[in-house]
Design a protein around this ligand. Sequence first.
Ligand code: AMP
Length: 538
Amino acid sequence: MKGLMMNYQLTIPHILERANKLFYDSEVVTRKPDKSIVRYKYKDLYKRARALAKYLTNFGLSSGDRVATLMYNNYIHLEAYLGIPSAGFVLHTVNIRLHEDEIAYIINHAQDRILIIEDTLFPLLEKIEKKIKVEQIIVVPLKENNAPEEYIDYEAVVMKTDGKDFIYPDIQEDVAAGLCYTSGTTGKPKGVLYSHRAISLHALAISLPDVSNIKFSDTITPVVPMFHVNAWGFPFAMTMHGCKQVYPGPHLDAKSLLELYEKENVNLTVGVPTIWLTVVGELERKKYNLHKDFTFLVGGASAPQGLIKKILDLGYNVIHGWGMTETTPVGLTNTLRPEMKNLSNEEKSAHLIRQGTPLPFIEIKGMNENGEIPWDGKTMGELYIRGPWIASAYYGVEAPEKFMDGFFATGDIVIIDKKGYVKIVDRSKDLIKSGGEWISSVDLENALMSHNKVKEAAVIAYPHPVWQERPIAFIVIKEEEHLTEDELKEFLSQKFAKWWLPDYYIFIDEIPRTSAGKFLKRKLRDDLSKYLKDIGGL
Ligand code: AMP
């Protein structure tokens, strides 16, 4: 028998309407590039998001068209988050930290029709402008009062549009609202589309008590960039609950963040371990008057247990989250349950170091060569995941090996205990995660091996105290050739962003191989400490 339920669609216009009807007085606070604070209310957010929606509609975009953003975490980005999907278009957040060629590739591959960029990123705009095929560039004046004449000024032109009579198009919940590219192991970055339904359900699920416990009374600062999987869904969840939203703009140094938390009475902040290491270092140096329940949500890369313990020792709370671009992103979280309150901080951090248990509606399994692994806390397998906010394909790219029987193969090697707690123990994908951003070892190797004096090259990660992982390159020079580290650095810097370049270049006679002739990177990893000692590294 069929249930007699209304066919109600889960869409972002609902979140925007709710924000204005129930929470018109809630605040959005942003630190601007000049460090001053700008604040407004949800009723302003509502008005401006609808003005943007109307402007884009008048421009002639059709339903499903992509609009790119290149911005830090600020209130204009939030307007784009709500305004673009509410008009039936797709919010495409582009990672400002990628190399200019990669950014141009991503914008062109997504066929973005309009780009919205903040004026602090002019140096980047100059580099990509001739390479991208967008029809219009809208500049957000945050640093200056106006955008240069040759661009559309977000404030002067877009915000002049009266969005009062804007009528939402009829949006089905399974159409795309967002798009984000992830750097793959090999080849070009791949796009992941997020539907209105996925974003809505994800926002609800991350708000649950055993996840991040988001409520109206919260003041939250997402430090994780808004160009990283929708800042892990927080802008949507916060708007849904009417929280006070506090955005740090481009100022992500520990002092600026802590001053902001203190001044705005923030109680929850969300970001990667690299940032929390610097914040905790500053907290150990100086006393800040933070909210009594101050909580760090840490995710996106493996967090050192020492970091978690230090946060607990300082008297603050930790939530650990795991996710991927392909999983919208939150799939697993780990919090301290009330019955754990008497454990020592050592024991608590040993618990929290695990990536956690799946959110409601998320199903997981571990797979190895023998099939599905038992949940015994010791058998290793690749984590597979499925659920209403897990991608089922990449945008315009075939990858059948990643999507099987409705599950997505994550590339993370895990053990799962009998209560469903997942712990990542290794990674099958050939990638390096430095400060929460990916570096493809395969891309670096291919580039190095295209140098006419290089015979072979292998790149692996080495553990770094601040960045978690950094690349190190092993090079075999062609016979009778001579090559220096500086030459290689210069060569790679033409192709890659500076932070992609290996920290060390180690010249060796041959790269160890498997019996099948493949590079045996595990041997390089095993011998890493010896190599680093030889060159006087860490
Ligand atoms: P991205 O698509 O850039 O968000 O990266 C997703 C990947 O980051 C995962 O597959 C993991 O390898 C890694 N990752 C994310 N969260 C965590 C975490 N809490 N602990 C360890 N690794 C993580």
